[in-house]
Design a protein around this ligand. Structure first.
Ligand SMILES: NC(=O)c1ccc[n+]([C@@H]2O[C@H](COP(=O)([O-])OP(=O)(O)OC[C@H]3O[C@@H](n4cnc5c(N)ncnc54)[C@H](OP(=O)(O)O)[C@@H]3O)[C@@H](O)[C@H]2O)c1
Length: 283
């Protein structure tokens, strides 16, 4: 992970007209990474840009931020919310969408751009990737994918000239916690960004290892879950809290645990127990 990335990214989805305020609050509370998408169904990228601009106006440096957005293929958009002209080539769609992201976010480069979901035809993933590669490094510093299976990731990775450095996926039982994807990421130096976990993992939320860690750290179980995912290594966590107290507490605890080797060593048995729990729930 680069110098300006941190273990937590602020997730801006589903925040509507509070997006700008919450994005600004998150950055001023200490988040350096912001995740958005040119996908109006779930994100307000323009308001994310307004929040970033407000934080920059308060003294945050652009070079201290990691700003990540996404290109979403036509099929995944709500029909009445496609932000670019869908009646053009994939190349044209991507060029228009990336330009819009830069304008919405009021920046002249993105730190990361993800292919939000695979195309309906996997062959189009590589066509899209070739276009995305043309933006690197001047307009986009690094590329990644989201909602990709291992076989889709493997195929793209093999053909990519500029390799993906980020995979952003749902961390839950249905994908067996992405054991195979995370293994591939570890082998290839790819950062695995987890989302979806807090509201879609009832067994883990009810597990004793989560309670143990929550008690040890005197934090909510949700934050204990983040800590355990980060403890797996090679991971980042998408955190979309709307509560400033949680923003501050989450950043503080993650900093204290992962900035202190002794503290992390103390948690190692719990992290090992968490790995065993994931394996058990996956069978
Ligand atoms: N690539 C994709 O397809 C995709 C899809 C969905 C989401 N995402 C990204 O992932 C981000 C996160 O989305 P998500 O669906 O995983 O969930 P989320 O938006 O982070 O929701 C977390 C929920 O848990 C609650 N919570 C309780 N304790 C918390 C704590 N200590 N810290 C943080 N939240 C706590 C929050 O409530 P409060 O607000 O009351 O704190 C919130 O309701 C999105 O904003 C987006 O950037 C990506």
């Amino acid at each position: 992970m680069g110098f300006k990335t941190s273990l937590l990214l602020y997730g801006t989805a589903w925040k509507g007209d509070k997006t700008a305020h919450l994005t600004e609050t998150a950055i001023l509370s200490g988040f350096t990474c912001v995740d958005t998408a040119n996908y109006p169904t779930a994100y307000d990228e323009q308001r994310t840009g307004d929040g970033i601009a407000a934080a920059l106006a308060s003294g945050t440096k652009r070079s201290d931020l990691f700003i990540q957005s996404k290109f979403t293929p036509v099929w995944a958009h709500a029909k009445d919310k496609i932000p670019f002209n869908p009646h053009q080539s994939i190349e044209g769609q991507i060029v228009e969408s990336v330009q819009q992201s830069l304008e919405h976010l009021q920046v002249d480069y993105l730190d990361s751009l993800l292919l939000h979901v695979p195309f309906e035809d996997d062959n189009d993933n590589l066509i899209a990737w070739r276009v995305l590669e043309t933006f690197v490094p001047h307009r986009i510093r690094s590329l990644g994918v989201s909602n990709f299976s291992l076989s889709q990731l493997r195929e793209l990775y093999a053909c990519a000239r500029i390799k993906p450095t980020i995979v952003q996926n749902r961390f839950y039982k249905e994908t067996r916690y992405d054991f195979d994807v995370r293994e591939f990421c570890a082998e290839h130096g790819i950062t695995y960004q987890a989302y979806w976990m807090l509201r879609h993992n009832p067994e883990i939320m009810a597990s004793s290892v989560l309670s143990t860690v929550a008690v040890k750290l005197s934090v909510e179980k949700e934050l204990a879950f983040y800590i355990l995912i980060l403890g797996l290594g090679g991971t980042q966590v998408l955190n979309g809290t709307t509560d400033q107290g949680r923003m501050v507490q989450d950043l503080k605890t993650v900093g204290e645990v992962f900035g202190n080797e002794a503290r992390l060593r103390e948690l190692q048995p719990d992290i090992d127990e968490f790995r065993r729990l994931l394996a058990k729930l996956s069978t």
